[in-house]
Design a protein around this ligand. Structure first.
Ligand code: DCP
Ligand code: MG
Length: 419
């Protein structure tokens, strides 16, 4: 950061994974606008534009103070013409017409509502909108056939769109731990995703499961699912099997973005008892009003994280509570729980063999932009391919030897500690 003719300019590395970004965001107005435009692009299947806006938002989020003058942005990476135009409008006119009109547009609102249904992606939502369906009621009245996931998504819409608190994530963690330990003692579960990065709220809870003896994790997922089902914890589940070793020539290189671990997309039924378990007052007394009770912990909502917030283990517990900044623009307060003694919660379970655990943990800690940038950095700057399964040295034919050394060396360039 230098002072140049009274204008503070900033210096920021190009890749998000090379930057340390705290949860404190000094440019929320700008990042909220760029994040909404990113979301609109993603929902319109314009991924390239979406990533460009996400990268621009991430750069602004990493700045140590508010931007007040376009001159401060000189030399910053990832700010394309389109993003600069939006920033300029906000700095000079107080608002971006593109941001305002997108936010108000019927199409954007309908895409948000419809893709808010678990199991509905942007293509399905687009098809429905073209058929005149913009609201949940119109969808219910339309007689459209919904698959099992979408039916569950529609049924539990309000719960699944209400942010989860860290206390609720912890309560889910206890259930998953009981399931895993009952069916395979010695197996280990790790919280991943946004809650591992120290976010105070999330849209789901993600877990990675492994066993210290290679191979013992095989068949684990179906047993865990059966246990959860038998105890009445599952409202919905769909398991996809591990396809990493399918190629007869050995491990196939996984596609750049998705991993091939055995994975269970599920919706848990989290009862008031389970939720209360993690926030029991010390004297053992319970709040007579359960709806208030569950929202008393971590009720400060909004999304907080960024492209390279350190994993939770690096953030002191006290700080986790208090550091708040907006990631996706949301500063929405958690609404009171519905008047029923349970809520639906999206939970993702992933099983990894111990030999791939480090890569899986890194890949599932996120954020999505951080992962994307880390892979781009590995590929472009280090000639390596990083996935949630392995790291390949693109310049070597047989890569198995030196990979881990490279991996650790690579991580030392990033503000990530995973082991
Ligand atoms: N992930 C990824 N690419 C995807 C999907 C997931 O890299 N297409 C990784 C990074 C994510 C993690 O998995 O951080 C978990 O995915 P989520 O969608 O659950 O995202 P978060 O947990 O980060 O946020 P949220 O609070 O919305 O759950
Ligand atoms: Mg998550």
């Amino acid at each position: 950061q230098q002072v140049e003719a009274e204008v503070v300019t900033f210096s920021v590395p190009s890749y998000a994974c090379q930057r340390r970004t705290t949860l404190e965001n000094h440019n929320t107005v700008l990042t909220d606008a760029l994040s909404l435009l990113a979301e609109n692009a993603e929902l319109s299947d314009e991924d390239g534009r979406g990533v460009a806006f996400r990268r621009a938002a991430a750069v602004l989020r990493s700045l140590p103070e508010p931007v007040t003058d376009m001159k401060q942005l000189r030399g910053l990476p990832c700010l394309g013409d389109h993003s600069l135009r939006v920033i300029k409008d906000i700095l000079e006119d107080g608002a971006s017409r593109e941001f305002e009109s997108t936010k108000q547009s019927e199409r954007f609102k309908a895409l948000k509502v419809l893709t808010g249904i678990f199991g509905v992606g942007s293509r399905t939502a687009d098809r429905w909108i073209r058929e005149g369906i913009h609201t949940l009621q119109q969808l219910r009245d339309s007689g459209q056939s919904l698959n099992r996931a979408q039916q569950a998504g529609l049924e539990h819409y309000d719960d699944l769109n209400r942010p989860l608190t860290a206390a609720e994530a912890e309560a889910v963690g206890e259930i998953v731990e009981r399931a895993v330990v009952s069916v395979l003692p010695g197996a280990q579960i790790t919280l991943t995703g946004g809650f591992r990065r120290g976010k105070l709220t999330g849209h789901d809870v993600d877990f990675l499961i492994t066993h210290p003896d290679e191979g013992r994790e095989e068949g684990l997922m179906s047993k865990v699912v059966s246990w959860l089902e038998s105890q009445g914890f599952l409202l919905y589940q769909k398991t996809t099997r591990n396809s990493y070793l399918e190629s007869k020539d050995g491990p196939a290189r996984p596609p750049a973005n998705m991993d091939r671990f055995e994975r269970c997309f599920s919706i848990f039924k989290l009862t008031m008892e389970e939720r209360r378990g993690t926030e029991q007052p010390e004297n053992g007394e319970r709040n007579p009003n359960p709806a208030e009770d569950t929202l008393s912990v971590g009720a400060r909502s909004g999304s907080q994280t960024d492209e390279n917030t350190p994993p939770q283990s690096q953030v002191p517990a006290d700080e986790r509570r208090h550091r708040v900044s907006g990631e996706d623009g949301g500063q929405e307060e958690a609404k009171p729980a519905a008047h029923k003694p349970w809520r639906a919660v999206r939970v993702d379970l992933v099983v990894s063999p111990i030999s791939q655990f480090a890569f899986a943990l890194l890949g599932w800690t996120g954020s999505k932009l951080f992962e994307r940038e880390l892979r781009r950095w590995a590929g472009h700057e280090k000639a390596m391919s990083l996935s949630s399964h392995a790291l390949y040295d693109n310049t070597q034919v047989n890569t198995s030897q030196s990979v881990f050394r490279h991996f650790i060396a690579a991580l030392s360039f990033c503000s990530v500690k995973i082991l």
